[in-house]
Design a protein around this ligand. Structure first.
Ligand SMILES: NC(=O)c1ccc[n+]([C@@H]2O[C@H](COP(=O)([O-])OP(=O)(O)OC[C@H]3O[C@@H](n4cnc5c(N)ncnc54)[C@H](O)[C@@H]3O)[C@@H](O)[C@H]2O)c1
Length: 341
């Protein structure tokens, strides 16, 4: 099969910058993922920042780099494009890509800056038969598929509560958290949010503390933590018979169960530890699945709809805190725009 011609728009951190050494086995960027994948060829880079373009153009030995996405699409017959800019640019870039007959588009999270534009992105791709993926990368890792199975085993007993610690903003990190929660527990029925007292250190994207009720009646608390102190992204699931403590960055999981007693008091003790093959920052499998789906016209592991549902919970958290009320999902306000990221 012919190699797919791929381009990256936005040569910032996730587009190119996280990978300075091209020989590393841990792959953290779209550019290096295409570069290393035998089924794809990285043929174009685009960024409004000329310096980054020249730097990464040389690094990847790409002859033609573009300061303007329209020029790139007109000049190159791209099969696939990665959109790695901030969310406010996504809709415009998707329209350009579709106009120029790409076969596949992968968008960095969050899918867009409003539910309205996210919906339009999904509809446009569907109408044009374009494969659309969103990079909530944990869905692409077999380890998370295994975890989801283990979590949903009846023998764990009922879920008493789920607690999540995260930081770095509800749109930036929270969108990943919401995606993983949906992956494990299904859709959310309602949520009630407040701005967290622990800063995200980004005025445009605060942390929110959120009480969540899933449709299957599972309850969950999201607690914002200040990343200036330390980074954290953890899900703690308290079943009746077990406890799963999941580190969403290192992909290390501790499972506890009652193994002994002190009189009437049942002691939870570590019974098993699991570790994924790679940390969550490795996005090689994301691009691998995306490329395969473009070739076979299948749905990727994280679809536009998944991206939409994660954004819905981000926007819902903001609207709930603003109105100081519990919010039922879905809600009507699709025009609310989140700031950048
Ligand atoms: N999946 C993940 O784990 C992960 C990690 C980091 C960032 N992200 C997401 O990726 C996106 C980008 O984040 P980043 O940290 O790489 O940002 P960044 O600021 O480092 O990079 C964005 C780049 O896009 C360029 N750009 C902006 N508008 C453009 C346009 N119209 N045409 C061409 N280039 C344009 C900017 O000049 C910049 O170089 C964000 O949405 C972020 O949430 C995801």
């Amino acid at each position: 099969m012919k190699k797919l011609k791929c381009g990256v728009i936005g040569c910032g951190r996730i587009g190119c910058g996280f990978d300075e050494i091209l020989s590393r086995t841990l792959i953290r960027t779209h550019a290096l993922s295409y570069y290393k994948n035998p089924k794809s060829e990285l043929v174009a880079l685009c960024d409004i920042d000329k310096k980054k373009l020249e730097y990464y153009g040389k690094k990847y030995k790409i002859e033609k780099v573009y300061e303007n996405s329209k020029d790139m699409f007109e000049d190159q017959k791209l099969d696939c494009v990665s959109i790695c800019t901030t969310a406010n640019e996504h809709f415009k870039l998707v329209k350009e890509a579709i106009k120029n007959d790409v076969k596949g588009i992968i968008i960095e999270k969050p899918i867009s800056n409003s539910l309205d534009s996210a919906e339009k992105i999904i509809k446009l791709c569907k109408k044009s038969n374009v494969v659309l993926a969103v990079n909530h990368q944990r869905r692409f890792d077999p380890f998370y598929h295994l975890l989801s199975k283990l979590i949903n085993q009846k023998k764990n007993g009922n879920v008493q509560n789920v607690n999540v610690y995260y930081g770095g903003g509800i749109a930036n990190s929270g969108s990943h958290i919401y995606d993983v929660l949906r992956f494990f527990f299904g859709d959310v029925k309602s949520l009630n949010a407040n701005v967290s007292l622990n800063s995200s250190n980004n005025m445009q994207d605060p942390n929110y503390d959120v009480k969540i009720q899933f449709k299957n009646k599972i309850r969950c608390n999201l607690v914002g933590i200040n990343f200036k102190n330390y980074g954290i992204a953890e899900i703690d699931i308290l079943f009746a018979k077990k406890r799963f403590s999941i580190d969403l960055v290192t992909n290390q999981v501790k499972i506890f169960e009652v193994l002994s007693r002190v009189q009437d008091y049942k002691l939870l003790q570590l019974s098993k530890q699991l570790k994924g093959k790679r940390p969550a920052t490795d996005i090689r499998l994301v691009i691998e699945n995306f490329i395969n789906c473009v070739q076979t016209r299948k749905n990727p592991f994280c679809t536009g709809y998944d991206g939409y549902k994660s954004l819905e919970l981000v926007v819902g958290s903001i609207l709930s805190a603003k109105s100081r009320r519990e919010l039922q999902i879905p809600f009507k306000n699709k025009n609310y725009k989140i700031e950048s990221r």
